[in-house]
Ligand binder design. Structure first.
Ligand SMILES: Cc1cc2nc3c(=O)[nH]c(=O)nc-3n(C[C@H](O)[C@H](O)[C@H](O)COP(=O)(O)OP(=O)(O)OC[C@H]3O[C@@H](n4cnc5c(N)ncnc54)[C@H](O)[C@@H]3O)c2cc1C
Ligand code: FES
Length: 281
């Protein structure tokens, strides 16, 4: 069992939990993820490693309540335990040698973008961060990004923080002004990452995206997380989750991610009559 040492609410429906998992903490690197189960009969869900403390043996993950399992996770308190916490899985983000990087996060994608920005900044890279949210109330990790970037742009779709626009508009302005990055690393909704890749393509600027397909085993065995990259089939759990944004077939990825939407909704809305009756007695 993996004890929850600390639980914080970052914004409406978004939480960070710090879990005692010494073996994961020992090896975790930015860009990798873990797969957890809340209970031993529960669903396995992947979450990105948001931070780790090798001395204390703890790993933090940040998550948005998206459906049944993340809702159960959000109900846990400090001192409760998780049945499984497996990792680190996937390949770490390649950050070595980057002199100038632009890290872009959309919504809860910022939870994945932050450890990468931090690692880049700590190794001396000049880091421009562009993060976007629907409105001010959804902004997360502002202080953390401020201390992990050379330049920080925070935008909201509705302009409620005084800086209206999409992350792609901010990136477009920088590129038009002649900014050059060794790598543009984008993490967020599939269509946001596609738009970033289309913006950088004419500049032939390296662009890395972090793909989040449905994952089951996380070891390359089930094929659930397959993607088409450069015309080839890749498994995000072992070949990724980072891929060359100019080669990913984003439309196919979006279609696959929507495959189970009806079942997931039914799971989320399902009310167990047996449990309800038991609670009422
Ligand atoms: C490598 C990777 C890293 C991720 N990191 C984070 C993170 O740091 N923070 C965060 O909030 N979310 C992250 N996600 C997404 C997270 O796994 C899903 O939000 C979660 O699985 C939803 O489960 P649910 O039962 O609560 O919701 P559901 O209702 O089951 O699903 C809601 C949506 O979540 C996605 N999803 C559902 N099941 C899975 C699954 N087994 N694998 C992948 N996606 C799934 C689908 O897009 C689905 O439509 C990551 C996904 C991947 C693949
Ligand atoms: S999650 Fe099964 S192959 Fe990647």
């Amino acid at each position: 069992m993996y004890a929850i040492i600390k639980k914080e609410q970052l914004s409406e429906g978004v939480y960070r939990i710090t879990v005692h998992a010494p073996l994961v903490a020992k090896k975790a690197r930015p860009g990798q993820f873990i797969i957890l189960r809340v209970t031993s009969d529960g669903e396995r869900i992947p979450l990105t490693v948001g931070g780790y403390d090798r001395n204390r043996g703890t790993v933090s993950v940040m998550f948005q309540v998206a459906g049944a399992t993340t809702r159960k996770l959000a109900e846990l308190k400090e001192g409760d335990s998780l049945a499984d916490f497996v990792g680190p899985l996937g390949r770490p983000t390649e950050i070595e040698g980057l002199r100038r990087a632009c890290v872009i996060g959309g919504g809860v994608g910022c939870a994945i973008a932050y450890p990468i920005a931090k690692a880049l900044y700590e190794q001396g890279t000049d880091v421009t961060v562009i993060i976007g949210f629907r409105d001010t109330s959804r902004i997360i990790l502002e202080d953390e990004f401020r201390s992990a970037s050379t330049t920080l742009h925070i935008l909201t779709d509705d302009g409620s923080n005084g800086n209206k626009g999409f992350v792609t508009a901010a990136l477009g302005e920088l590129l038009t002004a002649g900014e050059v990055f060794d790598d543009v690393i984008a993490i967020g909704p599939i269509m946001m990452m596609k738009a970033v890749a289309e913006l950088t393509r004419p500049y032939n600027m390296k662009t890395t995206v972090s793909m989040n397909p449905i994952m089951i085993d996380g070891t390359g065995m089930c094929g659930g997380c397959r993607l088409t990259v450069g015309g080839q089939t890749k498994f995000a759990c072992v070949d990724g989750p980072d891929f060359d944004g100019h080669l990913v077939d984003f439309d196919a990825a979006a279609k696959r991610n929507g495959m189970y939407r009806d079942g997931e909704r039914a799971d989320y809305e399902h009310v167990c009559k047996l449990l309800e009756n038991a609670r009422a007695q």
